[in-house]
Structure formats: structure tokens, C-alpha cells
Design a protein around this ligand. Structure first.
Ligand code: TYC
Length: 136
């Protein structure tokens, strides 16, 4: 069996300038091309993207109110945003004094889950604490 070489790459200058999104995994089968297609290549870009992907990040915001106990807000920040006591106290006081504060920045689905978790937990404990999303 003659060794099958990957097809020659086009000259670099002929390629449009695009951000490479993903490359093939390395050759894991020691040179055998068991797919039979003869097109296994090493480290060659398979997908390109014309523009950089839009950031899909969302801020989770905590809103102040006059009734939710400070200790409860600190507990929420520790429980759902993995803050330590010092960080949670700082964020809680920021919200208390300024009216709104950022708990964290996450991809949409995670941010939405956090908002729901906080709102459910506040409701269960009969506090009017409000939490919302904003595109980062
Ligand atoms: N303002 C509340 C109080 O004085 C404390 C509080 C802080 C409430 C932050 C909500 O997001 C909040 N008990």
C-alpha cells in the first residue's frame, strides 16, 4: 500500500483572511486512514468564520429593596454566585447604597438559571428580592 499523502494545500496567499474556529484533531491512528475516504489531514482548519462570534454574555443584576434582610442577600450571593463572605458583603452593600449591582457575568442560559434560582429562593422565603438580566 503506498502512503497516502493529504492533498496539497492551496497557496496561503490565495486564502481569504478568516479567523480559524476549529482544527481537525491530530492523526490518532498512526497514519492509517480507516475511514477509507483518503482525506484525513493533520492540523488543517475545517471550519472558518467570517466575523468574530458575537459575545453572548449577560450580567446578572441584583436590585435593592427596603425589606429583604441584608443577611439574606449575602446568603444568596454566597449560595448562587460562589462568593465568599467578604465579597458577598461588599456586593450587597453596593446594591443597598446604589440601587443595583452586578452579581456576575455568564452565557445567557446560565445567567437565566441564576436569576430563576434567586427569585425562587427569595419567594420561598417571602422576601421581595429582585434579580434580572442585562446584555453585557
Ligand atoms: N435594602 C435592604 C435593607 O436595608 C438590604 C438589601 C440589599 C436588599 C441588597 C436587597 O439587593 C438587595 N434591609
Amino acid at each position: 500500500m503506498p502512503i497516502q499523502r493529504p492533498p496539497a494545500l492551496p497557496a496561503l496567499a490565495a486564502l481569504p483572511l478568516r479567523r480559524v474556529d476549529r482544527v481537525c484533531a491530530g492523526d490518532e491512528d498512526g497514519g492509517k486512514d480507516d475511514e477509507g475516504s483518503g482525506d484525513s489531514q493533520i492540523g488543517v482548519a475545517t471550519k472558518t468564520r467570517a466575523k468574530p462570534k458575537k459575545p453572548n454574555q449577560y450580567k446578572v443584576l441584583m436590585l435593592n429593596d427596603d425589606y429583604t434582610p441584608m443577611e439574606f442577600v449575602v446568603l444568596v450571593l454566597k449560595r448562587f454566585f460562589s462568593m465568599d463572605l467578604e465579597q458577598a458583603t461588599r456586593v450587597m452593600l453596593h446594591v443597598h447604597q446604589r440601587g443595583v449591582g452586578v452579581c456576575g457575568i455568564f452565557p445567557y442560559e446560565i445567567a437565566e438559571t441564576k436569576v430563576n434560582q434567586v427569585m425562587d429562593f427569595a419567594k420561598q422565603n417571602q422576601h421581595p428580592l429582585q434579580c434580572t438580566l442585562e446584555k453585557a
